[in-house]
Design a binder for this molecule. Structure first.
Ligand SMILES: Nc1ncnc2c1ncn2[C@@H]1O[C@H](COP(=O)(O)OP(=O)(O)OP(=O)(O)O)[C@@H](O)[C@H]1O
Ligand SMILES: [Mg+2]
Length: 310
């Protein structure tokens, strides 16, 4: 099946700044693709190039088989977009906003059903200026669905939302995927990407530094499983001395790496025999967020070192 999005050697310069510096990726139809990266990494720039809102400096881009810049008119009928920091006319109500979009797209989707879908039906007649931040985001999501899009580009759709509102947006994203639509998502909530995305790419200073399924990235860049107990820091040094396995102490907890099942048994019996008081234990794998923080941190440290040696 043809890719929903195909990007090859994409570059975008703003003056001397290479905001997107030669990236490649593909998004398969009917999947959720999460595009992750720290502030200023190049996510919105890339997203808006895919939406046909900004032109690229170089490279090839295909969205639903179309070039977003030269074939934008044909593309815009087939995609849904929530820009980062979605804003609308202050005096318009959600119902009127949807009516307005329906006229633009000549569609007949029922405004009430769309508002129900994003749990905003009770605010159908409230003015935009009176909506909370989360309700405005939900309206943005509803508007992005008016034209029954094949791909939805959602640039930080859950930023600033409370945990319940965030979960209701996740439910919509899952439903979109189930309906066979493609979702291109940017987010700073790594947990969200880990839960929702089929594939992710991490961009940093305009370059992709990791890509794959969340599990592939965690396997490739994550550390070993760790056992964690509540105990004083003295337990960490005791375990390292006794077992020769790295252990660390922070915030009243001691963590020790586990490289095998046997390690787990050895560690627990050594803790028990130490005479040091301890409580409850859990084992912990790296999350996508742990890996993201480590990878971005390593890249920044490397850049600082090379600046220092220059
Ligand atoms: N119109 C513009 N003119 C000049 N520089 C720009 C412009 N838009 C973005 N930039 C710069 O390009 C870089 C990438 O910005 P972009 O908005 O794509 O980042 P982002 O990954 O979306 O960040 P965030 O997570 O903060 O939204 C930043 O250094 C930004 O300052
Ligand atoms: Mg952005």
């Amino acid at each position: 099946m043809a890719a929903a999005v195909e990007v090859h050697d994409l570059q975008k310069r703003y003056g001397t700044l290479a905001a997107v510096d030669g990236i490649d990726f593909t998004v398969s139809p009917g999947t959720v693709f999460a595009f992750l990266g720290p502030n200023g990494a190049g996510k919105t720039t890339t997203t808006e190039i895919l939406e046909g809102l900004r032109n690229r400096t170089a490279g090839t881009v295909s969205v639903l088989g179309l070039d977003p810049w030269s074939q934008g008119v044909a593309l815009h009928r087939r995609i849904g977009v929530i820009p980062q920091d979605f804003r609308f006319f202050e005096k318009i109500t959600p119902k009127e906003a949807i009516e307005y979009y329906r006229t633009l797209f000549h569609t007949v989707r029922d405004p009430h059903a769309l508002l129900e879908r994003v749990e905003l039906a009770d605010k159908a007649n409230a003015r935009f200026e009176s909506l909370s931040g989360g309700q405005k985001q939900k309206l943005g999501l509803a508007l992005s669905l008016v034209n029954d899009p094949e791909i939805c580009f959602l640039d930080e759709p859950t930023t600033g939302l409370d945990p319940h509102a965030r979960r209701s947006i996740w439910a919509v994203i899952r439903a979109l995927r189930k309906e066979g639509r493609t979702v291109f998502l940017t987010t700073h909530y790594l947990e969200e990407a880990e839960l929702l995305a089929d594939r992710v790419a991490i961009i940093h200073h305009g370059r992709i530094i990791a890509s794959g399924t969340p599990n592939e990235i965690i396997e490739k860049y994550g550390g070993p499983e760790r056992l964690r107990v509540e105990a004083p820091p003295s337990l960490a040094s005791y375990l390292t001395t006794k077992l020769g396995i790295p252990a660390s102490a922070e915030d009243g907890r001691v963590e020790i790496e586990l490289h095998s099942k046997e390690d787990a048994l050895k560690v627990l019996s050594t803790i028990d025999a130490s005479g040091i008081p301890w409580h409850g234990f859990e084992t912990r794998h790296d999350t996508l967020e742990d890996v993201f923080v480590r990878l971005v941190g390593q890249m920044d440290e490397g850049a600082l070192r090379s600046e220092g040696s220059a």
